[in-house]
Design a protein around this ligand. Sequence first.
Ligand SMILES: Cc1ncc(COP(=O)(O)O)c(C=O)c1O
Length: 424
Amino acid sequence: MNPVDLRLLPDTSAVSPDGSLSIGGCSVVDLAAQYGTPLFVYDEAHLRARCREAVDTFGHGRAVYATKAFLCGAMARLAHEEGMLLDVASGGELFVALHAGVPADSLTVHGNNKSLAELRMALTAGVRHIVVDSFDELDRLDALHAEGLPVPKVLARITPGVHAHTHEFIATGQDDSKFGFNLGNGDAHRAIDRMRRSPSVQLEGVHCHIGSNVFEASNFAKAAEVMASFAIPLDLPELVLGGGLGVAYVEGEEAPTITQWGNVLLDACEALGVRSSVSVEPGRSIVASAAITVYEVGTVKQIPGVRTYVSVDGGMSDNPRPVLYGSGYEAFLPRDVRAGRPSRARLVGKHCESGDVLIFDAALPADLRVGDLLATPVTGAYGHSMASNYNKLTRPPVVFVRDGEHRLVVRRETYEDLVSCDVD
Ligand SMILES: Cc1ncc(COP(=O)(O)O)c(C=O)c1O
């Protein structure tokens, strides 16, 4: 029945006297009319505030934005301007960050299977850190050293054996993981020994990331404890505790703030006697609730005694999270934000797949009709960045809004883009 919880909306959201939504002083209905739907609308003040909160909490040079959550030139520059370093997890992310003008020495390179070409690119650019994930990667770094490439500063990714309370696909700190050197079976110690003796790398510290969308502070405290016990005797300058802070997606969810998360981690490290510089890599908590996605309703199909399906003009191609992880979302009418939501329906996209669901059991306003704009909040992380062209849908544009101004930072793909890689 309840209207959408306004706390799920971006910071500068405001409800106009006519009940419609504005973000950053811009009417969402007008933005949809100008840019079309589906459309990602990001609140720039919100993004900047979260970056600053991370830098204020952890210190300059200790807050690294995980670009996988949302990356384009404008976002890379914004995070850099606000004093964050950036983490990239592929040659493509590295290319986009460098192309945006972010200096290489502000970049950390991740990946459980970095190719020789990606490592060569990182070494040639002169990135700040490479997070080494495997013995095979160390072999590749030896080969690049033999080629005469510069010796990189590296961190060793450790799998601490901590099981985070989150979806299996985004839990990464447990023993059964494709990531990192296992602490429990001795691989972590063997990797550190090899890196310390290797002329191909300069070992600067250790790294862990236990998973994503984690709400329980105790999970982070546990990882900090395990990593601290491992790191203290090594006496290395850097300890990186990853990202993973959860955000509220639906009514009733509560997540720690970046400041609260920081206090848990930093207090735990201090209590344990960590002398290294402690840094983190938040992605979701910086960008998720900064954005909404605006769709247009195309069909409403009632099946008496079964359910109602409401279809919008996007779907799993702009937000695969419900299909991948069963993630929940809310929906509301930008023209009438305070409308009660007494109707129930399955909110689906336009893909040729029954699994193309955005909200399995959505609470919706009773007067929802074909042609309405419908928005889903908290879509700023792992939405645009995980978007696909399935069914040859064109990926939606991204608009940044701030102080009554809006600017297109990523244009909508065109049908021409869809054939631009065809060579025959
Ligand atoms: C190594 C690493 N760091 C940081 C992150 C960002 O996590 P989140 O977006 O949950 O903060 C991830 C996400 O998977 C990751 O793998």
